[in-house]
Design a protein around this ligand. Structure first.
Ligand code: ADP
Length: 278
């Protein structure tokens, strides 16, 4: 696997020790070919999952401003049948959202069986931006790691396959991307003066992300720290993680579909018999 998932809690994670660049040994051309193959497989897996209605997929995308959350979504959604995909973005909570618990707005966007939900930011903002800017008292956000773990466990018990990606970019790469947005009119819509301000909290965000990833990683809801300076490598890592997570379920989905096919056939026979007897 290009990047291994983090599946255990309480592992002290140091983001500065993880490369943001694509590894030298991975060749871009080969990677693009591999990407295509993985996308074909992902499409087929999605089809089976959609029919079998035994599982769903939740993709959580986190990362600093310009880390490539939008680009990743575009790529992943592009590889899927849009019929079974729902994308949700989470910004500053509205008044109504603030008047509920922090998971209220999240829960209603979780996927139905058979479907994908892709989160552009997520419930993790409630232990990231909230922690960095002390938007709420420490006592409140500190308890949220446990709430998040319980929440994700509940989803997993309902058949939800959870994949969480931290798109890891370097400070220099972020600067280049912010400057590019300023220079390119077609990217101007992405410009947010706040991004330069948030950049001043680089270290605080690093720590907040490290704690969130360390405290909220498990077998059923792992994190991947994705080297994201090169977009082609980022896409490859995310797509591979999806395929490798879904692949082991393929047989069970095929069986469920076969059973369903047999049941439908039996019902039809029964119906025909009754019609004849009339
Ligand atoms: P993006 O930067 O994802 O393209 P926006 O420019 O709309 O989209 O930014 C969303 C903003 O909302 C981010 O600054 C993010 O930190 C903030 N946000 C998201 N969730 C929360 C939250 N629970 N509390 C406070 N701010 C939040």
């Amino acid at each position: 696997m290009y990047v291994d998932p983090i599946t255990k809690r309480d592992k002290k994670l140091s983001l500065k020790d993880i490369d943001t660049a694509a590894p030298k040994k991975v060749n871009k051309e080969e990677a693009l070919k591999q990407q295509e193959k993985l996308e074909e497989e992902l499409f087929m897996l999605q089809d089976l999952m959609f029919g079998a209605k035994k599982n769903s997929v939740l993709v959580v995308l986190q990362g600093r401003d310009t880390a490539g959350k939008d680009g990743t979504i575009k790529r992943v959604v592009g590889a899927l049948n849009p019929r079974g995909v729902h994308v949700a973005s989470f910004g500053v909570p509205t008044e109504e959202e603030r008047e509920h618990d922090f998971l209220w707005r999240i829960h209603r966007h979780t996927p139905r069986l058979g479907e994908f939900s892709i989160f552009n930011r997520s419930h993790y903002e409630d232990v990231l931006v909230v922690r960095v800017h002390q938007l709420l008292p420490e006592k409140i956000w500190k308890e949220r790691y446990d709430h998040i773990n319980t929440f994700e466990e509940t989803l997993a018990e309902h058949g939800c396959l959870i994949l969480k990606f931290f798109l890891h970019i370097s400070k220099d790469e972020q600067k280049d991307r912010l400057l590019e947005r300023e220079a390119d009119p077609s990217k101007a819509w992405k410009l947010n003066p706040n991004d330069w301000k948030e950049r001043q909290y680089w270290g605080e965000y690093t720590e907040a992300n490290e704690v969130a990833i360390s405290r909220c990683s498990s077998e059923h809801a792992p994190w991947w720290v994705v080297p994201a300076d090169a977009k082609w490598y980022r896409n490859l890592v995310v797509t591979e993680a999806l395929v490798k997570t879904l692949r082991p379920y393929r047989e069970s989905w095929v069986k469920a579909l076969e059973r369903e096919g047999k049941a439908a056939k039996a019902a039809l026979e029964e119906y025909k018999k009754k019609e004849k007897a009339k």
